[in-house]
Write a protein that binds this ligand. Structure first.
Ligand SMILES: NC(=O)c1ccc[n+]([C@@H]2O[C@H](COP(=O)([O-])OP(=O)(O)OC[C@H]3O[C@@H](n4cnc5c(N)ncnc54)[C@H](OP(=O)(O)O)[C@@H]3O)[C@@H](O)[C@H]2O)c1
Length: 284
């Protein structure tokens, strides 16, 4: 103990120049010291070519439809590169957003026709679905979307958002093919996109629907209904009639949440019900 104190005192009495060398290298040899005393030569940094990360490319299946067009507009507003795939390709719309979308012609029921559209795509939002006979409804809500989910998984797409539909109690029996198709697609999505699959389940969607050149303002009915029904959630648990009281949501809200779910890596995978859609759509 006493000898180490003595060593400490001896070293603190050393000359300042000697101290500075030993302070970093302890028992450095004289040749080390010569090396240290040389002035540092700072090499000039070489310019490095940093490639800018490419923006998300979002593929909207059914981008020309009622919900799909809102998804496209929201994604463009967020600065994403947006492409769409639908059977008729570019719609005859005189709206500026439509010129900014890359339109592909393809049919989800013909899987070969959608492979190229999936190239370099980071996320897909599917807004393809419809009504008709039970077998047609199963095909368009089920088979068509299952084809798209499989093609996206094969191409290594990171996230997939499927616009599905809320249960409507008794209505489910009347539209059996529709709901069976929706649930089959959901099951496929959850198995192929365990961490990046999001299912939106809206009830009635309101907004301005375009039928040919006519615009139908569904919001005139939908918005007041939403105001009333969003506050009576417990009643939706009533047997038979409960699900009919599911509040409607706007197409703009569905579009906003779909784009966030497709691009935000921490958006939780799984099912988002009507109340979840309303909640997420109110966030910035
Ligand atoms: N509207 C609502 O109130 C509501 C409520 C709950 C859930 N949803 C669901 O939301 C989704 C979108 O509904 P929406 O009202 O927007 O439908 P929509 O207006 O009829 O749009 C359907 C879109 O899908 C495309 N499409 C249809 N069949 C296709 C196929 N075989 N291959 C590729 N594209 C195809 C259509 O374009 P082409 O005809 O050019 O192919 C169109 O762009 C559907 O899944 C629907 O079930 C809607």
């Amino acid at each position: 103990m006493r000898s180490s104190v003595a060593r400490l005192i001896r070293s603190s009495s050393a000359s300042p120049s000697r101290l500075s060398g030993n302070a970093f290298f302890g028992n450095a040899t004289p040749s080390d010291q010569r090396h240290i005393e040389k002035p540092f030569k700072v090499k000039e940094a070489e310019p490095v070519n940093v490639t800018k990360p490419s923006p998300h490319k979002l593929l909207v299946l059914g981008g020309s439809g009622f919900v799909g067009s809102h998804v496209c507009k929201e994604a463009l507003d967020k600065g994403l590169v947006v492409s769409s795939l639908n059977r008729s390709g570019k719609p005859s719309l005189n709206e500026p957003w439509a010129d900014k979308v890359i339109w592909n012609q393809g049919n989800l029921l013909e899987p070969a026709s959608l492979k190229d559209a999936m190239d370099n795509v980071s996320a897909v939002v599917s807004c393809v679905g419809g009504f008709g006979s039970n077998s047609f409804m199963y095909k368009i809500n089920g088979t068509a979307n299952i084809n798209a989910i499989r093609a996206a998984a094969e191409k290594g797409v990171k996230r997939f958002v499927y616009v599905s539909a809320a249960d409507f109690g008794l209505v489910n029996y009347l539209l059996q093919g529709y709901y069976e198709g929706k649930r089959a697609s959901e099951a496929e999505l959850l198995s192929k996109f365990t961490y990046g699959g999001v299912i939106l389940r809206p009830g009635f969607i309101h907004g301005t629907r375009r039928v040919g050149s006519v615009k139908i303002p569904l919001g005139l009915v939908g918005s007041p209904m939403q105001m009333v029904l969003q506050n009576i959630k417990p009643l939706t648990r009533l047997p038979l009639i409960g699900p009919l009281l599911t509040p409607p949501v706007s197409a703009a809200s569905v579009g906003k949440v779909a784009v966030r779910a497709a691009t935000d890596p921490v958006f939780p995978p799984g099912i988002v019900d009507v109340y979840g859609i309303m909640r997420y759509s109110e966030q910035n």
